[in-house]
Design a protein around this ligand. Structure first.
Ligand code: SF4
Ligand code: SF4
Ligand code: SF4
Length: 171
């Protein structure tokens, strides 16, 4: 993913890294070009995040890394952002992320695994018994908050969160 970002930076410049990119910005990021213009890469949000999931990427913009943990929506990052890059317009909508679970999933291959089920508080991921086989995984995307808690728990790297505006191959 880093290589893709770098290539886009070269092709489009910093202002081209907008809401369509395949990078997740912190919760309550202002949308589209505005975030790239407002975020100075100062790192205040990185230092403030109690979960340690924020980093500054190669384009000097704040980014979420769910491999390090989940977002609890505490808003500490928003509080310390003095540049207007993080603004709570709607408390219920920190971001719009799209979740998908791919064929690499162990449960989908008939191997017992419920690691993500244990992490998902909203019950967006749940399992149903399947006679004669391992329990089958189900995903209710409407319940997913995009917290990312399931990502690091997955031993098969089968779960993907992306900005809803990002479409593979569209840019
Ligand atoms: S809302 Fe809290 S947990 Fe989520 S990225 Fe911001 S500081 Fe970290
Ligand atoms: S943790 Fe990963 S491999 Fe295991 S059931 Fe969930 S998505 Fe599948
Ligand atoms: S990102 Fe969605 S599916 Fe994963 S743990 Fe959070 S709410 Fe559940």
């Amino acid at each position: 993913m880093k290589d893709v970002v770098s290539r886009r930076t070269l092709l489009f410049g910093r202002s081209g890294l907008t809401g369509r990119e395949d990078v997740i910005r912190p919760p309550w990021s202002v949308s589209g070009d505005a975030f790239a213009k407002k975020c100075t890469g100062c790192g205040e949000c990185v230092r403030a995040c109690p979960e340690g999931i924020l980093t500054i990427d190669k384009t000097n913009l704040a980014e979420v890394d769910f491999s390090k943990g989940e977002c609890t929506f505490c808003r500490d990052c928003v509080v310390v952002c003095a540049d207007g890059a993080l603004v709570v317009l709607d408390p219920q909508t920190p971001w719009s992320l799209h979740i998908s679970i791919e064929g690499k999933c162990l449960a989908m291959k008939g191997i017992e695994c419920r690691a993500c089920d244990d992490q998902c508080e909203p019950r967006a991921i749940f399992f149903r018994p399947t006679p004669g086989s391992v329990a089958s995984l189900h995903l209710d995307k409407d319940l997913c908050t995009g917290c990312g808690a399931c990502i690091a728990s997955c031993p098969a790297d089968a779960i993907t969160l992306m900005p809803a505006s990002y479409k593979e191959g569209a840019n």
